[in-house]
Each structure stands twice: as structure tokens, then as C-alpha cells.
Design a protein around this ligand. Structure first.
Ligand code: PMP
Ligand code: GLN
Length: 383
């Protein structure tokens, strides 16, 4: 039979994690913590299981969790979403992104994606029968280039996906950039799919610019965030989408037939745990310390550090390394780094449709300090 996704293989994250475990490399490739979530959150799950919260929750998610999400968004960013009609709990941000694209595009529509882009966007758009229009972020700085985005808009453009804080580059969009985005989309029917899974990881006092801070953008956006990132539980696959009622009604039509609903005990646990804002408010400080420790260690190598304003990824340019290693393409470099140095990384080219190479690798610092130090010792010895 013909393939639904002919150009798609196994994701780079799976490939590099497998190579890391085969070779015993420190896995700084795939983005996930090597430490556990808060014991209080784990206890809340156990309590939910024991309390018999094990049957289907409502289709859109547990009301108490939707209320907690609405309260968080309103407090942090100022937009009030109605938990009844404007928030849906999803099976990870991945499902929320696919659901938003399926719900809001028709076959033949165009969806603009800014490259480098998270690898699920393109296939989600393709599965919807829509067309991905790729616009590069500014080379070198990875900041949005509004002239190029404007030039990519056509009468068929139905959606634009924006990811801030940005995986893989670590940039965080500024208030001025959000204002430019609002101006660009004004008087168009374009829906914004705002991937904000790293919303609580913006550093150095920089404020994350959620679309929910910008009423004009919020009115045309599906805002997506993930509990997996915020609470160190990527394996739970629980996230949420928030959007104005008319958009959310369409979103839910698709949601009810691709998962119907999301596991109950985790939703109870998250609803209880969210009552305390400190875990998400403290997250930026927690990861900023790791970023600083990691960058300080990398400063002793010949790798050039790219800025990291947010996310738990640090990208490095290896073109200045002495010898033939600097000339390897990113895939070959990341394989060499994994098998020969013992540190797994992700090639930035994996975030480009055409595999564009710029001698940059992405390293994840969501790791215990001793893991980071072990990786740094290996890197410092060879690089
Ligand atoms: N968007 C981005 C930018 C991500 O980095 C990730 C996770 N790596 C996701 C979406 C998917 O999140 P989830 O694990 O909740 O599906
Ligand atoms: N989002 C994670 C990353 O960028 C990986 C998620 C996945 O494995 N699909 O590393």
C-alpha cells in the first residue's frame, strides 16, 4: 500500500537515544530529564489511583484540571479562558499540535512553519492533507524574519506555527516581535498555533511572551503547553490546548475521535499539584542554574556556544574544532560525539526539511548535575 508519510523514517530522537544506550554515551540528545518529578506529584497519582479515579474523565479533560490551567494562564498572562469551552487536556503537546492542524485546515491549505522546526509539525500538516510552507528563521540568530514570513503568506495560508521558547535554538520571542506578529496577521484569517511547551523556561529575567499576554493574538490562537516539560514527567504525555470557544469547538471535534480523552489518574494528580504555583514559578531558576553550570563547563572547550535564552537545550557550533572533525556534517559529528566521545547530541539539520547543515549540534541540559559534569569531563578531554 502507498505510504501516508513516504519521506518519514524513525525520529532522530529515537535513533540517537538508541545509539546512546548501545554505546553507553551520556545521553544529552533527546530532550527529557534524567531525574524524577516531585514526590508530592507522584503521591498525588498514587492517591488518585487508590481513590478509584480510573474510569473515563469527561472528553475535554477533568474539570478541576481545566480550571487550574485557566487560573494559571489568567494569573500569569492575563487572558481568561473558560475552562468549560476553551481548554482541552491532550495526550501530550504532540497530539494537541496534530489535533489543531487536523481541525483547522482543509486539504490544500498552507501552513507556515519557521525553520528550524520541531519535527512533528511537517508530518502533522501532511497527515491533514495540507501543505507545509517553510520559512527560515534569520540565519545565525534564529530570530523571526517578518519580511520573509509576510512574503510566504498567500490566500491559501490557513495557519502559522510559532514555538517560543524555541526548540532547538533556545531563542525567546520578544514583546516587540509578538507585536510585529500581531500586525502581520491582522486582517488575515490565519490561525496561530502557539507551541509554548517551554513556557516556564525563559532565563535571565526575560518574560515568556505567551500569546495569552497579547489579546489580539490570543483571539486567533491555539495555545499549547505540556505538563511533561513543566513537571519533569515527559513520559506521562499530558498537555493542554487553550483557544477561543469557536476554535476550541472545532479542536474538540477532532480530539474526541483521535483520543476521546486522556488518562484520569494523572489528571487528578495534576489538578491537585497545580494548586501550588511554586513548582512552575521556580522552574526557570532551576534550569538557569543548570544552563550556567553547563555553559561554564563548555567554555573550556573549542565549541562555540550559541545563546540560550530559554528551553533546556544548548546548541554548540563545532566548526572551530581543530582537525578533520570540524568538517563532518552534523549527522556524522553527532554520531562521532556519541560513539567516540561518549556524549549523545542531536544534529540541528534534523529540524530542517532539506537537512540544512551548519555545523551545529543540540545538547540537552535537563540532567542531574553529576550527569552534566560527567558529559563535560568527556567533552573537555576531547574537544
Ligand atoms: N513541541 C516542542 C517544541 C517540543 O520540544 C516537544 C517535546 N520535545 C513537543 C512539542 C511535544 O511535547 P509532548 O511530549 O508533550 O508531546
Ligand atoms: N521534544 C523532545 C526533543 O526535542 C523529544 C520528543 C521526542 O522524542 N519525540 O528532544
Amino acid at each position: 500500500p502507498a505510504s501516508r508519510l513516504p519521506a518519514v523514517g524513525t525520529t532522530i530522537f529515537t535513533v540517537m537515544s538508541a545509539l546512546a544506550s548501545e554505546t553507553g554515551a551520556v545521553n544529552l540528545g533527546q530532550g527529557f530529564p534524567d531525574f524524577d518529578g516531585d514526590p508530592a506529584l507522584m503521591q498525588a497519582v498514587k492517591d488518585a489511583l487508590d481513590a478509584g479515579h480510573n474510569q473515563y474523565p469527561p472528553m475535554a479533560g477533568l474539570p478541576a484540571l481545566r480550571e487550574a490551567v485557566a487560573a494559571k494562564i489568567a494569573t500569569l498572562y492575563g487572558t481568561a479562558y473558560d475552562p468549560g469551552s476553551e481548554i482541552t487536556i491532550t495526550a501530550g503537546a504532540t497530539q494537541a499540535i496534530l489535533t489543531a492542524v487536523l481541525a483547522l485546515t482543509q486539504p490544500g491549505d498552507e501552513v507556515i512553519v519557521l525553520e528550524p522546526a520541531y519535527d512533528s509539525y511537517g508530518p502533522s500538516i501532511e497527515m491533514a492533507g495540507a501543505r507545509t510552507v517553510r520559512v527560515p528563521l534569520t540565519p545565525g540568530t534564529f530570530r523571526p524574519d517578518f519580511e520573509r514570513i509576510a512574503a510566504a503568506i498567500t490566500p491559501r495560508t490557513r495557519a502559522l506555527i510559532v514555538n517560543t521558547p524555541h526548540n532547538p535554538s533556545g531563542t525567546v520571542w520578544t514583546e516587540a516581535e509578538m507585536a510585529q506578529l500581531a500586525a502581520l496577521l491582522r486582517d488575515t484569517p490565519i490561525v496561530l498555533i502557539a507551541d509554548e511547551v517551554y513556557e516556564h523556561m525563559a532565563y535571565d529575567g526575560v518574560a515568556h511572551q505567551s500569546v495569552a499576554r497579547h489579546p489580539e493574538l490570543a483571539a486567533r490562537s491555539v495555545l499549547i503547553s505540556s505538563f511533561g516539560k513543566t513537571y519533569h514527567v515527559t513520559g506521562w504525555k499530558v498537555a493542554y490546548a487553550a483557544a477561543p470557544a469557536a476554535l476550541m469547538a472545532e479542536f474538540r471535534k477532532v480530539h474526541q475521535f483521535n483520543v476521546f480523552t486522556v488518562n484520569t489518574p494523572m489528571q487528578h494528580a495534576l489538578a491537585r499539584y497545580m494548586a501550588d504555583p511554586r513548582p512552575y514559578l521556580d522552574l526557570a531558576g532551576f534550569y538557569q542554574r543548570k544552563r550556567d553550570r553547563f555553559r561554564a563547563g563548555l567554555a573550556g572547550t573549542a565549541l562555540r556556544l550559541l545563546p540560550c535564552e530559554g528551553t533546556y537545550f544548548q546548541s554548540v557550533d563545532y566548526s572551530g574544532l581543530p582537525g578533520p572533525i570540524a568538517a563532518l556534517d552534523e549527522n556524522a559529528f553527532c554520531r562521532w560525539l556519541t560513539t567516540e566521545v561518549g556524549v549523545a547530541a542531536i544534529p540541528l539539520s534534523a529540524f530542517y526539511q532539506d537537512g540544512f547543515n551548519q555545523q551545529i549540534a543540540r545538547l540537552c541540559f535537563a540532567k542531574r548535575d553529576e550527569t552534566l559534569d560527567r558529559a563535560l569531563a568527556r567533552l573537555a578531554e576531547r574537544l
